[in-house]
Write a protein that binds this ligand. Structure first.
Ligand code: UT7
Length: 328
């Protein structure tokens, strides 16, 4: 049976930086509140002519270039996003068009902030089944385009960006590989975090626009509580499935929703903070893109060495959650 190995990482972030001081000028907030409650100092914001597929295509090209791989070697494109270019065709198809690699399958995954974890698990399953050999898994999000910039309780939290990995088949058992995945969901909590309009329940009308139903809404405190609980339990489950313990971990890459959730996870797992990858200060919460962006930073900074054990863990709207353990 082939194993699934992450052989390349890449990322792309829009150039425009919006600081907390910039936000103080448009909503009733302060740098101090945002910093202490969330850990965010600044975020990247995409321009109107930078759709999700553009960010994602650039992240994928970055990953391909990092190992000198020909784009024609890819045989599947999986894209985790809740901010697609449009409802359909999928963002994956638009990325495929941008790269000019027609014919290979391309698919969007909708699992909010956990989408990249779902994508990694699907890529692993396809590769281990022998169906495909080189799968691009991308997390891309432009939450700033569905944020209500008059709602201080949400708009300060989000940023835009894309991260990509290439998952490849390897026959070598001693090689690095994805050791375990764990996924879950609980639709009973769906209303905690959503964008209500523009679907079949509330098709776009003047009324949905007037009521601002095309923007993200979140019950912050309840989401926070669920996040702390589920991030810990899914980390423990993925470690168990990989046959590892917390002390075996060299790096933890949590979804970047709030520095207090990340701190709570590190404490509960008893993992030294130096082993936790943090990007929320610079990029805020970019949903499904936070983990692949952070993974790429760790990789490019030389923090991922062969044999290292890495835990990735995410939580988001749905509710959904997912975790992955990798031997690099
Ligand atoms: O990525 C997917 C999953 N998402 C998450 O996991 C996010 C989870 N939730 C959170 O991170 C936190 O709940 C938030 C950062 C969203 C909010 O932090 P909080 O400590 O839960 O604050 P809160 O909602 O309880 O609000 C506390 C106070 C309120 O004022 P009063 O009622 O105490 O007077 C808010 O109106 O802070 C006020 N507030 C703000 N003040 C200044 C809310 N937003 C702001 C703001 N600036 N931007």
């Amino acid at each position: 049976m082939p194993y699934a190995k992450i052989v390349a990482t890449g990322a792309f972030l829009p150039e425009k930086v919006v600081t907390n001081a910039d936000l103080e000028k448009i909503v009733d907030t302060t740098d101090e509140w945002i910093r202490t409650r969330t850990g965010i100092l600044e975020r990247r914001v995409s321009s109107p002519d930078e759709p999700s597929s553009l960010l994602a295509a650039n992240a994928l090209i970055d990953a391909l270039d990092s190992i000198g791989m020909d784009k024609h070697e890819l045989d599947f494109i999986l894209v985790a996003t809740v901010t697609p270019d449009m409802a359909f065709p999928s963002t994956a198809c638009w990325i495929q068009k941008r790269l000019d690699i027609n014919q290979i399958p391309a698919l969007d995954i909708s699992a909010a902030c956990s989408g990249f974890m779902y994508g990694l698990s699907m890529a692993r399953a396809y590769i281990e089944s022998g169906m495909y050999k080189n799968i691009a898994v991308i997390g891309v999000e432009e939450l700033t385009k569905i944020a209500n910039w008059e709602d201080r309780s949400t708009c300060v939290l989000f940023g835009d960006g894309a991260g990509a990995v290439i998952v490849q088949a390897t026959e070598d058992e001693s090689d690095g590989r994805i050791l375990s995945n764990y996924l879950g969901a609980d639709g009973r909590y769906g209303s905690l975090l959503m964008k209500e309009a523009e679907g079949t329940v509330n098709p776009a009308t003047h009324e949905t626009i007037d009521k601002k139903m095309h923007y993200i809404t979140m019950e912050g405190q309840e989401t926070f509580k669920q996040a702390v609980r589920v991030m810990k339990s899914s980390s423990v489950e993925a470690l168990k499935r990989a046959g590892l313990k917390e002390e075996d971990l060299d790096l933890v890459i949590p979804h970047q929703a709030n520095i207090r959730i990340i701190d709570a996870l590190a404490q509960r797992l008893k993992v030294d903070y130096s082993k936790v990858q943090v990007t929320i200060d610079r990029y805020a919460n970019s949903s499904s893109a936070t983990i692949p962006i952070a993974l790429n930073e760790a990789n490019r900074d030389g923090k991922l060495q062969p044999g290292n054990h890495v835990l990735m863990v995410a939580f988001g709207g749905g509710l959904t959650w997912g975790s992955t353990v990798v031997r690099w």
